[in-house]
Design a protein around this ligand. Structure first.
Ligand code: ADP
Ligand code: MG
Ligand code: ZN
Length: 479
């Protein structure tokens, strides 16, 4: 049987995290009662005019720079015409001829090493509304709240050869946009959506096979499953003497198969033309430099700095920088306690376990890294022991308590007050005449046993060094 190679290109849509929509002042907030986040512009009333939201341009330029693109200094908007009930104007404002970014690339890490994926272009466009099928009445209703929410469409070159590369790329895009603060990229809420174009060809062939497109697959796992299924389907088809038809197919994640939605033959002709209501967007050198100067440190740079300057291991730095919410926690904790290495240890051993046990990821829950830093400081300064530190951390995680306050109220603070430590140690000396006798006779190893007994007497809440000092002082008085 022929050995086949898969070829994949992705079109990824990300909703931008601007306050208002791309061509009007309506809020972009997710949810809301149907048709409450709308005005005459985004609901497509005749005679209204769009006004471009500057923030959208800034976010597009930021993304383009971070993805190593050329920025199109004069870019413009085009109308993509099609009729569908969730699109009130019967056209979508998009960019076809002069998209804002082109010719970029993203480096991804895979098990076979680093690979560069080409970005063909990135363009700005508006989202459509949503159709809501009402089971009770059998009617379909339309909600225009999402109409006009700004989108970036990021179109890759057909550079992927495996599902692993696809998910590594999507994770990298998501991380980058989250670091930039331009999109929250939540696949589960639809703020990041991927269309997968896939073809197969005999390995070694230099021509591409005919591709199919699978639209809006809603999770990384589903994308992996869809790719595997579609690859098998196309190979079986070709091996059986058939031909792949260029068409759009829908992936059904429950039934685990793809089915044809429409073929290219009856695909729409969008009759694109330049939007006459919008001026071209001119991007000056100064503007470009101003945006460039606001670019934050991105995941790869951060990871290198954590390893080279903060002394973290590659592994630890990789886990932390893969999640922008974790980066914030780490940096806040590290600056509060002064020891990034300790902060990394606590995060990887204790904090991530709390998140895992709760079935949450750091982006789902507000956690104050500064409070973790306070706990680490309390432990390193000997004010509470490690075990109590973990207890405080759990309380911060569950109820966002104040660490010092919680330690005080729950009697977790270490007793370093000599007047409290001394009586307990005197009692241990009295209760253990044999060990004390042996110690005095020269068996100094017994001091360890006596420290242990004293710690137990003090319920673990004493500073071991204070205990040893007091014990040795009291024992020397017996000599
Ligand atoms: P269209 O305009 O029909 O959407 P594009 O040229 O914009 O086509 O390509 C859409 C996506 O499909 C791009 O990400 C591109 O990399 C990918 N692509 C193009 N040809 C192939 C192919 N033969 N196999 C897999 N992916 C492909
Ligand atoms: Mg396309
Ligand atoms: Zn509006």
């Amino acid at each position: 049987m022929t050995d086949y190679e898969m070829v994949i290109g992705l079109e990824v849509h990300c909703e931008l995290a601007t306050q208002s929509k791309i061509f009007c002042g309506c809020t972009t907030k997710f949810g809301g009662a149907p048709n409450t986040h709308v005005c005459e512009v985004c609901s497509g009333m005749p005679g209204t005019l769009p006004t471009l939201n500057k923030k959208v341009v800034e976010f597009a330029v930021k993304t383009g720079l971070a993805l190593n693109c050329e920025i199109t200094r004069k870019n413009k908007f085009d109308r993509k015409n099609y009729f569908y009930p969730d699109l009130p104007k019967a056209y979508q404002i998009s960019q076809l001829y002069l998209p804002i970014c082109r010719n970029g690339h993203v480096d991804i890490d895979t098990s076979a090493g680093t690979k560069s994926i080409g970005i063909h272009e990135i363009h700005m466009e508006e989202d459509a509304g949503k159709l809501v099928h009402d089971e009770a009445t059998g009617l379909t209703k339309v909600d225009f709240n999402r109409c006009g929410v700004p989108l970036l469409e990021i179109v890759s070159e057909p550079d992927f050869r495996s599902a692993e590369e696809v998910t590594a790329y999507l994770a990298k895009l998501r991380d980058t946009m989250q670091y930039l603060g331009v999109s929250d990229c939540k696949m589960q809420e639809g703020s990041m959506r991927a269309d997968v174009n896939l073809s197969v060809r005999p390995r070694g062939s230099s021509e591409f096979g005919t591709r199919t497109e699978m639209k809006n697959i809603a999770s990384f796992k589903a994308i992996e499953r869809a790719i595997e299924y579609e690859r098998e389907r196309q190979i079986d088809l070709i091996e059986g003497g058939g031909k792949v038809i260029q068409e759009t197919r829908r992936w059904d994640d429950e039934k685990e198969y793809t089915y044809a939605m429409r073929s290219k033959e009856d695909a729409q002709d969008y009759k694109y033309f330049p939007d006459p209501d919008l001026m071209p967007v001119f991007i000056s050198e100064e503007y470009l430099e101003a945006v460039r100067s606001t670019l934050p440190e991105l995941a790869d740079q951060k990871r290198a700095r954590y390893v080279n300057e903060l002394g973290l291991t590659e592994y630890d730095a990789g886990i932390i920088t893969a999640d922008v919410a974790l980066v914030r926690i780490f940096e806040d904790a590290g600056s509060e306690c002064g020891s990034p290495k300790d902060a990394a240890n606590w995060i990887l051993t204790d904090l991530l376990k709390l998140f895992n046990d709760a079935g949450l990821s750091p982006e789902d829950k507000a956690f104050d890294g500064g409070k973790l830093g306070s706990i680490i400081k309390m432990v390193s300064e000997g004010k509470v022991n490690r075990k109590s530190g973990k207890k405080i951390l759990t309380a911060v995680f569950d109820e966002d308590v104040d660490p010092q306050d919680y330690a005080d109220k729950n009697g977790l603070a270490i007793v370093s007050d000599l007047s409290a430590v001394e009586p307990a140690i005197r009692k241990v000396i009295e209760d253990n005449p044999k060990a004390v006798g042996e110690y005095l006779a020269g068996n100094v190893k017994n001091v360890q046993f006596l420290i242990g007994q004293s710690m137990r007497e003090l319920k673990g809440k004493a500073d071991p060094k204070t205990v040893r000092d007091v014990l040795e002082k009291l024992l020397s008085e017996l000599k």
